[in-house]
Design a protein around this ligand. Structure first.
Ligand SMILES: Nc1nc2c(ncn2[C@@H]2O[C@H](COP(=O)(O)OP(=O)(O)OP(=O)(O)O)[C@@H](O)[C@H]2O)c(=O)[nH]1
Ligand SMILES: [Mg+2]
Length: 195
């Protein structure tokens, strides 16, 4: 599959500012440090487009990347990072929830889960929330390179089964470090954009 061109456009700290031109948006959400920014880089075959860090809490704003002239990827700040202050957590909630609820350009959300850990409480909250608001979403089980092949055979089917009730558009596996699953995820993203 041909990888489209991508460029960083802007970071959004609140929802008052508008993004021009208005284009369809695909957002990437999940726990802090789960690999959202790495997934964006892998999809676009770029090493440092979205900033990656071993320390959780790297992405704190809504970061917009324009993909060709056609749509945006939106890298969302992660949740579940205990060391940030309460005020910051509240701000996260306001910014991300407000965005997910109100954005008229949002076509779908990629919810990223660590394949070693599955969906924890906050992940389930996000999934339920998206279901309630009827936002289409794809679940990506990432970092599968960290599972042994034998673990992949047991853990991944169990996770899929556990996640079935959330009615995701698709449940896919991924490794950002090996670009495993890239074509399948691109196909699923294009399906969301065509809806
Ligand atoms: N082995 C492996 N490591 C990964 C993978 N994806 C991400 N990582 C590592 O996980 C760490 C966190 O990755 P990020 O992409 O910064 O995670 P994030 O979800 O954007 O984190 P925040 O911006 O803090 O919310 C980095 O050290 C990455 O190199 C993967 O598929 N395999
Ligand atoms: Mg990030």
């Amino acid at each position: 599959m041909k990888i489209p061109e991508a460029k960083f456009i802007t970071s959004r700290a609140n929802l008052k500012t508008r993004i021009e031109p208005a284009l369809p948006e695909i957002a990437f959400g999940g726990r802090s440090n789960v690999g959202k920014s790495s997934l964006i880089n892998s999809l676009l075959n770029r090493r440092k487009l979205a900033l990656v860090s071993k320390k959780p809490g790297k992405t704190q704003l809504l970061n917009y990347f324009q993909i060709d002239d056609y749509f945006y990827f939106v890298d969302l700040p992660g949740y579940g990072f205990a060391r940030v202050s309460k005020a910051m957590r509240q701000n996260w909630g306001k910014l991300v929830e407000g965005y997910l609820r109100e954005s008229s350009e949002l076509r779908g959300v990629i919810v990223i889960l660590d394949s070693r850990r599955g969906a924890r409480e906050e992940d389930r909250e996000l999934l339920k929330w998206l279901q309630n608001y009827e936002r289409p979403f794809i679940i990506v089980l990432t970092k599968i390179d960290k599972l042994r092949p034998s673990e992949q055979r047991t853990i991944l089917p169990r996770l899929r089964q556990e996640l079935q009730p959330f009615n995701a558009t698709a449940i896919l596996t991924y490794s950002a470090s090996k670009n495993h699953g890239r074509d399948d995820l691109w196909e699923a993203i294009y399906r969301l954009l065509k809806k």
